[in-house]
Design a binder for this molecule. Structure first.
Ligand code: AMP
Ligand code: MG
Length: 519
């Protein structure tokens, strides 16, 4: 396998804990700990992302080389790799959780590709680190398939996200009690190699701030600005201020995208918030099927619903407030920190407003549009309508001859379709009148709508089917899904079965509608 070019600034420029003792502990005065992946029995490459391989300058021959599975399964290091686990803290479910850190993620190094771009490689599930607490540092196949497929699917949807290079089966068993109900089982283990320009989280700043280590905090702030935000100008204080506002802006854009496609992250703790505004840490995430703002896939959050679909924009704001608290000691101008809230709110409403207009196929949203748009969402909820199918099929409405029939396939229950039929008819009439005002041709309108309303998302039950088959030794559905999800806005009529709404058997099935944090 040809070598990659590494330039490991995180470990070179920031203080680290180089004891190499892999024992759970509190780590002070350091942003990282030296670690080594723990070897696995029989690493086997199940799938890779061709786009990410290209990004890194890896050829198909490199991927096929026997060393590839060894390296990305954690059995070998490539020259230049300096594995580390990052030290960070976080607010989990609204409360300060103290030190967390990479308990099962290990960064291998920062590669520089031929275009000069920095891409950090990180294994998830490569064994214990000083941050593993009482857990094993491993990951199971089901959660690894989900992370691999979803991070690539999100990228192809045009949503800022960490990427995934590879999914390697380890050949080792991993014991998990999936629903924390006293039924531990041995599951196949796997390792995903995640790829991003940076894996720094809000929690990396919160931890030194919580300990009053202001010197350490300043070091990380200025490092992040220098490495990950080189475009910022001005003196140190000016840069720090602009940097915080840019994080607020990016976080708003990311969450607006989630809302556009019906993605529910599921665990928006501050340790799962990227400083680059990337979607990170794919755990018990899910996709809205029938439109329900209170839906969350995460069984751990079933009571509080803190991280349900409709809450996400508010939680983004709350999380930024925690970052702001952490940054107070190093940003002298308090008004800059206070401005973050407004930047977030303005960016979110502007970005999501433009998206909403495109989703419904109108040129621009005005205040007068609020009642019928809200009306649509209310009806979608009451009548249990599939969000993805609704918007995609809405584009097929023929203004000369509008009929609700085009939307029937999006309804989950016949009785609710009957019950709300008249209300929907009325809504459609109003909607068509509104469309007439814009004077877009059907064709033009459809193109605009289909560019923001995906035909294909990683439906919860599809991910589960792919997992069930992979667990039985057949990876073909993972491959098929990745293929389809690479072009989520294209019609791909030959793949229509992957666009179908959730079948009835999956309504309450574990993995399809309910997921735990156990992974
Ligand atoms: P998450 O909810 O997946 O973001 O994880 C929260 C924290 O728990 C992070 O510090 C993880 O690294 C850690 N963690 C989760 N699962 C494991 C595991 N199997 N082994 C070690 N640490 C883990
Ligand atoms: Mg996490």
């Amino acid at each position: 396998m040809r070598p990659l070019n590494f330039d490991n600034r995180f470990v070179r420029e920031l203080p680290g804990d180089t004891d190499g003792i892999n024992m759970p502990r509190q780590v002070y005065d350091a942003f990282w700990s030296t670690v080594r992946p723990t070897p696995v029995a029989n690493p086997r490459l199940l799938i890779h992302s061709p786009e990410v391989a290209t990004l890194l300058g890896l050829s198909e021959a490199d991927i096929a080389h026997p060393d590839f599975a060894q390296i990305f399964g954690g059995n070998q290091l490539m020259a230049g790799m300096q594995p580390y686990a990052a030290c960070y803290g976080g607010h989990q479910f609204g409360g300060w959780a103290g030190q967390l850190g990479d308990g099962r993620a290990m960064s291998l190094g920062e590669t520089i590709n031929s275009a000069g771009e920095r891409w950090e490689l990180q294994l998830k599930g490569a064994g214990p680190t000083p941050y593993s607490r009482r857990a094993d540092g491993r990951a199971v196949l089901r959660s690894s398939v989900r992370e691999f497929l979803c991070s690539e699917a999100m990228h192809h949807l045009g949503i800022p996200t960490t990427r995934a290079l590879s999914l390697v089966a380890t050949g080792d068993g991993v014991v998990r009690d999936m629903f924390y109900d006293g039924n531990p089982q041995v599951e196949p283990g796997a390792i995903v190699c995640r790829v991003a320009p940076s894996f720094i989280r809000f929690g990396n700043f919160e931890l030194p701030a919580s300990r009053g280590d202001i010197g350490l905090l300043e070091q990380l702030v200025d490092f992040t600005i220098a490495r990950d935000y080189p475009e910022l100008q001005g003196d140190t204080q000016e840069k720090r201020g602009q940097w915080f506002l840019e994080i607020c802006r990016r976080t708003a854009v990311m969450i607006a995208h989630w809302m556009r496609v019906g993605f529910v992250h599921g665990v928006m703790n501050t340790d799962n918030m990227s400083i680059l505004g990337l979607t990170i840490d794919y755990g018990p995430y899910g996709w809205l099927e029938d439109y329900d703002p209170l839906w969350t896939p995460n069984t751990t959050d079933a009571q509080g619903k803190r991280y349900s679909y409709g809450q996400q924009p508010y939680i983004g704001h709350w999380n930024l407030a925690r970052l702001k608290d952490a940054l107070k000691p190093v940003i002298a101008d308090a008004s800059v920190l206070d401005a973050g809230s407004q930047v977030y709110a303005d960016t979110y409403s502007e970005t999501f407003g433009v998206m909403l207009a495109a989703k419904f196929g109108i040129r621009e949203l005005t205040d007068e549009d609020a009642p019928w748009i809200n009306g649509a969402f209310e009806l979608l909820h009451k009548a249990e309508v599939d969000m993805t199918l609704f918007f995609r099929n809405l584009a097929t409405i023929d203004l000369a001859n509008p009929t609700l029939k085009a939307l029937y396939p999006a309804f989950y229950r016949d009785e609710l379709l009957q019950q709300y039929h008249a209300e929907w008819e009325q809504w459609l009439q109003h909607y068509c009148q509104r469309l007439q005002r814009d004077h877009l041709s059907d064709m033009e309108r459809r193109q605009r709508m289909n560019a923001v309303n995906p035909r294909f998302v990683l439906r919860n039950y599809l991910a589960q089917q792919a997992i069930d088959q992979a667990t039985a030794g057949d990876n073909s559905m993972i491959t098929k899904l990745l293929d389809v999800l690479r072009h989520p806005y294209a019609e791909q009529a030959h793949c229509a079965k992957f666009a179908e709404k959730r079948p009835e058997w999956a309504r309450h099935k574990a993995g399809c509608s309910m997921l735990s944090c156990s992974s």
